[in-house]
Design a protein around this ligand. Structure first.
Ligand code: G6P
Ligand code: MG
Length: 216
């Protein structure tokens, strides 16, 4: 059976999760409350708009739509300052080797990200032309944990959902993959990502043995 991979971007291909965290934390602090790494887990994989809603709930802050709009621009402006400095050095360890392996074995792969900045980030790190398909925050109407982003990815790859393997670092992303009836590989804390079919503590876990195992 032909298998295909769908990769999340932030926290899987590149470590932009840390930049999202810095920008959200600064925003929270400017609103007068603390924002921890544990809080940040709730935002991973979640759209920008939805992330702000969660953050405001954490801080118990109520704002008008206009005020929210201003904060979304502020957050993204700070985030883009980090993104614009990115280079290929920020591709997470093991990912280049994994993509090379998939290319050599003619296994297709797509991007399935909630980020509207995905094309820019891929361009910065030199991966924009590697993916058979890119599905990002500009293409979806329902955010993870809704499976839409991955189902569109499967369609673009011309692969059945049950033959797709999703790589995710976010709880919402693992849930989306499971809801899409795809195999889920969680990257990160096994406690946090316990719903994933397989869990690797980081991207160096993509050994040839592991890849062979999940392909069979
Ligand atoms: C990814 C990240 C989230 C982020 C979302 C939207 O899924 O994990 O933390 O909020 O993309 O990203 P954007 O770049 O459009 O703000
Ligand atoms: Mg992610």
């Amino acid at each position: 059976k032909e298998k295909a991979f769908i990769f999340d971007l932030d926290g899987v291909i590149v470590d932009t999760a840390k930049y999202h965290f810095l920008a959200w934390r600064n925003l929270a602090n400017s609103l007068g409350f603390e924002f921890t790494e544990a809080h940040n887990e709730l935002l991973k994989g979640v759209s920008r708009v939805e992330s702000l809603e969660i953050l405001l709930k954490i801080g118990n802050v109520e704002l008008t739509d206009d005020e929210k709009q201003t904060l979304l621009v502020k957050k993204n402006t700070e985030y883009l300052q980090y993104v614009n400095k990115m280079t290929a050095d920020e591709i997470l360890p093991g990912i280049n080797e994994l993509l090379n392996f998939l290319d050599q074995n003619t296994i297709k792969y797509a991007l399935g990200s909630a980020s509207k900045n995905a094309p820019l980030i891929l361009e910065k790190v030199g991966l924009l032309n590697r993916f058979t398909a890119i599905v990002d925050g500009n293409d979806v109407s329902k955010a993870k944990p809704d499976p839409e982003v991955f189902l569109i990815g499967a369609q673009k790859l011309n692969t059945k959902p049950e033959d797709c393997i999703v790589v995710e670092d976010a709880i919402a992303g693992v849930e989306a993959a499971n809801a899409a009836n795809m195999l889920s590989i969680g990257i990160g804390d096994a406690e946090v990502l316990k719903e994933a079919d397989y869990i690797l503590s980081n991207t160096t876990g993509f050994t040839k043995d592991f890849i062979q195992k999940i392909l069979n």
